[in-house]
Design a binder for this molecule. Sequence first.
Ligand code: AMP
Ligand code: MG
Length: 403
Amino acid sequence: MLTVEEALEQILSRGKVLPTERVPILSALGRALAEPIVSHREIPPWPNSSMDGYAVRAADTRGAPARLAVVGTIAAGSIPSRVVAAGEAMRIFTGAPLPEGADSVVPQEDTDAADGHVTLKHVVDHGAYVRPRGEDLRVGDAVLSPGAVLGPAEIGLLATLGHSQVFVHRRPRVAILSTGNELAELGREPGPGQIPNTNSYSLFAQVVEAGAEPINLGIAADRLESIEERLRWGGAADVLLSSAGVSVGDLDFVKAAFTRAGAELHLWQVSMRPGKPITFGSLGGRPVFGLPGNPVSAMVTFELFVRPALRRMAGYTAIHRLRIRARALAPIGNPGFRRGYLRVTLARDRDGWGARLTGDQGSAILTSMVRADGLAIVQGDTTIKEGEGVEVLLFRDLETHSV
Ligand code: AMP
Ligand code: MG
């Protein structure tokens, strides 16, 4: 059986980065940048004041207190009308260009103004409260590289540099298919022997969260033709994602349906718990994943294999979840020889992050997924004792859990 690393390597080695598209910067949040951004501007474009006060020549304040003649006012959005000569000051506001002749700004709080003059109480350092030209960006500075995630700061930077549009990678379109005779669709009360369809919805949400676009192919019955037909509906997608029907049961037709639809299967079964029966292949150059059916197994295999693949396709350079070391707050046991990905909740105390199992680790116990902040990675037949360290793959931002 393949290890998680071997399977992931096979999957990632087949993931092709999708083509680029040009979008307005306000639609680019969370997308992967597809072009290098080089500054063609000096930011700020000229030296300017970082305070409301007076633009002065520092040398004039050497014998402070100093009394200077106020020869004008300069506000943000205008340009100075004259130079500042020796013995002179100019009223200036935050963001206004520093007038020629002046080299420093004295904050208003450190001055007394009367009769067209201003008195400075203290000696002023040369350059005080002046933001020099180009202190943030110089012409030619390489500011963003392809593959960067565009967050609010990056979008602000693009605006600063005058980009109203930007090249990003296309988001992968992911067709999601649930399989199983027992599944009742949302909106219908499950009949006798039926269970609610969960996976279509959790996987849909995981696809969105990964930065991709889901397409819901609904539910296929446990019949080869039914699965194959629905797979064909997903023809426009970049990735096909099914759940259930990949084990060894008599009604597990997903692998056969993938093959009938023309897919080549590259792997089946990975040494992990939950999620062992995952299948991966390609269909006309597109990745196809057959995830296990139990709701937690489907989600965990999505996290470990599908999410990094989607992020690679979407052009991100950072494709993996953050992993941290935490301390077991109670024993974390992994019976069985397969590597365990165990649902844990994290809490922070003086000694750092502590991890605790969320409860029953059954692969159908979705509530213990709801409580989880991440997955503790534990080798087979191993128990992490209380106080020992364990690696945890994070689902969420930790700042939401600080105490
Ligand atoms: P299978 O691999 O088809 O045997 O499915 C494994 C388990 O997952 C069974 O208990 C199924 O009923 C359950 N299951 C399969 N698909 C879904 C789904 N879409 N939502 C919730 N449970 C499912
Ligand atoms: Mg089934």
